[in-house]
Design a protein around this ligand. Structure first.
Ligand SMILES: Cc1ncc(COP(=O)(O)O)c(C=O)c1O
Length: 464
């Protein structure tokens, strides 16, 4: 472990209290001691000593529109002064208009009627989607999901999340996923193009349905034991892995043939992270259910929810009270969500994000040419990846990335006379991928600054 900065006396008092009074179960301590922050704005956060850090992960993509975005903050403030609280059994304008926005947009893009349903948090929204698909398939409780997939840590969500680590100590609660390989081309078999590998993965999946003896399909009645396939179109925690463009079209074809629903988990990649409202839009398929959270409110309120096809969620099928929760569709959250939709409809966010993403990716490609420890870089919009490897450019090197993350948190790099830290997030199957999720409002000079800071970390890592 590198020589991380010593906490100030004031921070140490808080850390001692944390050690005594706080459960560690609701957090993760990636660095020791954890840094304590006191303010944030735009792409920056400041620690208790007023040291600035450029944030290239934006609260795991919950703050897509920049910290303290004035327009979204104002929407929250205005709602506080009008209708800050109302029980979810009553209606308010914000809930209805936000649902309309999402449903009308989905009709335009996917040609499907559907409805929107709110809850609080990503995992809880995944739970609700599980109820929707189980209900629509006469209670089928088995799902397909991807190796490397992440859908949250409530009991249902963790049972369709690939990491056994998140389930190990809790046993099972009825839900279960079979995990299918994702077309992770960089680590796939050699000799296939990205598209060929995508088709290969679909063919391997389709094999499961060839005979009843492959365990998922009864050809006599034409029925699968599995209700739905949960996909993150671009894997998030799995390392911002971008599949080939033919992949979901081919996969959806197999699912449609076998009556299996497709649920698109957009919790991390939604809200223009990849240059589209929903990342599944890149792939020319119609999802049956979309699950969203995080950046709907720019991180100001934990509102999440789902959109589902009318046939799956209309009130006859999915009646009132199916998942009701006290804070679902709370008016503070829906007010910010609605303002976010208005804001992103006024400017061409898609074009803006794609242009900035291209610029950032070119910078990463340039770094890759100069630093052999960068095995792979890729990106879609402003969801970017940078895979840190050994000198062979392939063997995953988690230790070096951990070192870089800790060095970034020291806050001691200097660019053009300015002292800065850099906040990075770590993801990937081998925890060796920098998963870059900068603010979508990041400026071009800030992207250049981020690249310079990354370069300094790479130099430190190479010379250590
Ligand atoms: C793709 C995806 N699904 C689900 C979740 C869980 O959401 P939450 O942490 O809000 O419960 C996350 C969180 O990182 C996520 O990235």
């Amino acid at each position: 472990m590198s020589d991380i900065r010593i906490a100030t006396a004031e921070d140490q008092i808080l850390l001692d209290k944390e050690a005594k009074y706080c459960s560690y179960g609701d957090t993760v301590h990636y660095i020791e001691p954890p840094r304590i922050f006191s303010r944030c704005e735009g792409s920056y956060v400041w620690d208790t000593e007023d040291q600035a850090y450029l944030d290239l992960q934006m609260w795991y993509s919950a703050v897509n529109f920049g910290y303290a975005n004035p327009r979204l903050n104002n929407a929250l403030k205005q709602q506080i002064d009008t209708l800050p609280q109302i029980a979810s059994q009553y209606l308010h304008k914000g809930k209805i208009e936000l649902s309309e926005m999402i449903a009308v947009d989905a009709k335009k893009k996917f040609g499907l009627d559907g409805r929107v349903h709110f809850n609080v948090g990503g995992s809880q929204s995944i739970e609700d989607s599980l109820k929707v698909v189980r209900n629509a398939t006469n209670g089928k409780s088995l799902m397909f999901a991807f190796e490397g997939g992440y859908h949250g840590r409530t009991l249902g969500a963790s049972s369709i999340t690939s990491s056994y680590r998140y389930r190990r100590r809790y046993g099972h609660f009825g839900e279960r996923a079979q995990f299918i390989p994702f077309p992770y081309h960089f680590r796939g078999p050699k000799g296939m193009t990205k598209e060929e590998y995508g088709s290969h993965c679909v063919q391997q999946f389709a094999r499961l349905f060839e005979t009843e003896y492959n365990g998922v399909w009864d050809p006599k009645v034409g029925s699968s034991e599995y209700a739905a396939f949960y996909v993150e179109p671009i894997q998030g925690t799995g390392g911002y892995v971008i599949p080939p463009m033919n992949f979901y079209r081919e996969l959806k074809h197999v699912l449609d043939q076998h009556g299996i629903l497709m649920v698109s988990d957009e919790i991390q990649m939604g809200f223009y992270r990849t240059g589209k409202l929903w990342s599944i839009e890149h792939f020319d398929v119609q999802p049956d259910v979309i699950v969203f959270g995080k950046a709907l409110t720019n991180g100001l309120n934990p509102l999440g929810g789902i959109w589902a096809r009318e046939e799956l969620i209309n009130p006859k099928i999915f009646p009132p009270g199916s998942t009701h929760s006290t804070f679902a569709s709370n008016p503070l959250g829906t007010a910010v969500g609605l303002e976010m939709f208005k804001m992103t409809n006024e400017v061409d966010y898609g074009a803006m994000v794609m242009a900035k993403g291209k610029f950032f990716l070119e910078g990463l490609q340039d770094l890759q040419k100069r630093f052999p420890i960068i095995g792979d870089v890729d990106g879609l919009g402003l969801a970017l990846r940078c895979e840190i490897c050994g000198p062979d450019g392939f063997t995953p090197d988690k230790a070096t990335l951990d070192y870089m993350v800790e060095e970034g948190m020291k806050g001691d790099m200097v660019v053009d006379g300015q002292k800065l830290g850099l906040i990075l997030d770590v993801g990937g199957y081998y925890k060796n991928v920098i998963t870059l999720a900068p603010s979508l409002e990041i400026s071009y000079p800030e992207i250049e600054l981020g690249l310079k800071l990354l370069e300094q970390l790479l130099v430190r890592a190479t010379n250590r």
